[in-house]
Design a protein around this ligand. Structure first.
Ligand code: C2O
Ligand code: CU
Ligand code: CU
Length: 504
């Protein structure tokens, strides 16, 4: 079949309501194939802006990723994932966690600029039955952040089972821009993950069986649903994308190759919207994009597995040329389909040309440089999980050391700009730092592209050249409650690719 034919076939399908029902039956359990198309689940909003504490019960549950098949899961006050926590700049956010599981759980606020004693690193794990009630002073600009398990040696397993949720921070400046902001209507949380299910629809996961690339799930799920559909207004729609996968790097693009505008990186709004047609997202990263559906056509979001589309190591672009430029690889189905409904009130305002002001430090303000070398091939031994169980593999290092909760690896001074430089001896790694946002200068030896020049807390590095960013920490983290830096491939993190630092 020629590429043109298969493409037209696909586009016809995607203009039909509920195109996701046409997903290949081979991927389905028999019970799923019979099911109705799934609507995009929208996590409940937990409003922390008025000072009431947000109750988050860490609990076991059961969730149908596809209609009719229940999978044992974990969640925060719900069966899978957690509510979207809404916070506001210059307002205190109080969280009230109760751990009802029979395993220890630490919960970290990823992307939050808060001191180490409320950051939720592994030192702050709740034993079974324990309560933790941190109050977070939100002092950072509007951003899409998230919360997730950060339990020593068990982060991958607990996130996989469901311990993750979104945090949305608002502020006056972002409110004034007129971007789509009706939660669940034209402002959608989109948590992208992948899972492997067995023949009975149960999760398959093993840290020790994970390959060097981490645990790669076979099936993409969006907010806990397989190939869901969202009915949205026929205007501008904001997607708050979170790569919440354990290990997958995704390439995001739309089935009709439409242009969208990226407006925010991990730590908030960029200076101006950046038009794009494809975008890479590494584990841990967030970005906000605006998709214009005013033409009335459905938009199918493709979440391609980077390892499969980076053909023969020739780069993502050769894979995408195959997709859009006449290659013969079959087109994948969308993992999320946006279907405009002209009856719904739509945001049709033009995008502002300027979104935010980002001030980079002058070279003279940067007082020191730290280098971090990530290595996957260390001759490691066992290390011990939070509850004393042995973790088989502790063989991935940063600067030659595996994570040790008794060791402070770096000591940083508060309020001073530093340059952090990252290089890998092997593999590609998304490096994440707690307690800050940073500004990337270089990625893998090249100047950071426009769409990476906003506030970030996760940066991709490899063995081709240094990734470099400038960072300043404005809060403190003590030896008892240090911050972490680590690879956000959760199996790398759990295998030791993490370090601790203080800020004083
Ligand atoms: Cu999202 Cu230390 O992690
Ligand atoms: Cu974090
Ligand atoms: Cu890694």
């Amino acid at each position: 079949m020629s590429h043109t034919l298969s493409r037209r076939h696909f586009l016809t399908g995607s203009s039909v309501l509920f195109a996701s029902a046409a997903m290949s039956p081979a991927l389905f359990h028999p019970a799923w194939a019979a099911g109705a198309p799934t609507r995009l689940p929208i996590p409940a909003l937990a409003d922390g802006r008025g000072g009431d504490s947000v109750n988050l019960q860490i609990r076991a549950g059961e969730w149908a990723f596809r209609p009719g098949v229940m999978t044992p899961t974990l969640g925060f006050s719900q069966n899978y994932l957690g509510p979207t926590i809404r916070a506001r700049r210059d307002t205190a956010l109080t969280l009230h966690y109760t751990n009802t599981l029979d395993e220890a759980v630490a919960v970290h606020g990823h992307g939050l600029h808060v001191p180490g004693d409320v950051d939720g690193g592994p030192q702050l794990a709740m034993a079974p039955g324990e309560i933790w009630q941190p109050t977070l002073e939100i002092v950072q600009p509007a951003a899409t952040c998230w919360y997730h398990s950060h339990t020593h040696g068990a982060t991958g397993s607990q996130v996989y089972r469901g311990l993750a949720g979104m945090i949305i921070i608002d502020d006056d400046e972002s409110d004034a821009l007129g971007l789509p902001s009706r939660y669940g209507v034209d402002d959608l949380p989109v948590i992208i993950q992948d899972r492997t299910f067995d023949a009975d629809g149960q999760f398959v996961y093993s840290l020790n069986d994970a390959g060097d690339d981490g645990w790669l799930g076979e099936t993409v799920i969006i907010n806990g649903a397989v190939a869901p559909t969202a009915i949205v207004p026929a205007g501008k729609v904001r997607l708050r994308l979170l790569n919440g996968a354990n290990a997958r790097f995704y390439i995001l693009t739309f089935a009709d190759n439409r242009t969208f505008h990226k407006v925010a990186t991990d730590g908030g709004l960029m200076e101006r919207p950046v038009p794009m047609t494809t975008m890479e997202m590494a584990p841990g990263e967030r970005c906000e994009i605006i998709v214009d559906l005013s033409d009335g056509a459905s938009a199918g979001l493709l979440t391609l597995f980077e390892d499969e589309w980076d053909e023969e190591g020739e780069g993502i672009l050769s894979g995408l040329m195959n997709l859009f430029g006449g290659g013969d690889k079959p087109l994948p189905q969308p993992t999320l389909t946006l279907v405009p409904d002209p009856e719904l009130p739509a945001n049709t305002a033009a995008l502002p040309e300027t979104l935010a002001t980002i001030t980079r430090p002058a070279e003279s303000e940067i007082v020191r440089t730290r280098d971090f070398i990530l290595d996957m091939d260390h001759d490691g031994g066992m290390h011990t999980g939070h509850d004393g169980h042995a973790i088989q593999k502790a063989d991935m290092t940063i600067n030659g050391a595996v994570m040790d909760m008794g060791v402070i690896n770096e000591r940083v001074e508060r309020g001073q700009w530093e340059r952090w430089r990252l290089l890998s001896n092997q593999g590609v790694h998304p490096f994440h730092v707690h307690g800050c946002s940073f500004l990337i200068d270089k990625i893998e030896g090249e100047a950071a592209p426009d769409d990476q020049r906003g506030w970030k807390d996760t940066a991709v590095l490899d063995d081709d050249g240094w990734t470099e960013f400038v960072v300043r920490f404005d809060h403190t983290a003590s030896e008892a409650h240090p911050y972490m830096y680590h690879c956000h491939i959760l199996e790398h993190e759990d295998r030791g690719m993490m370090g601790q630092f203080t800020v004083t």
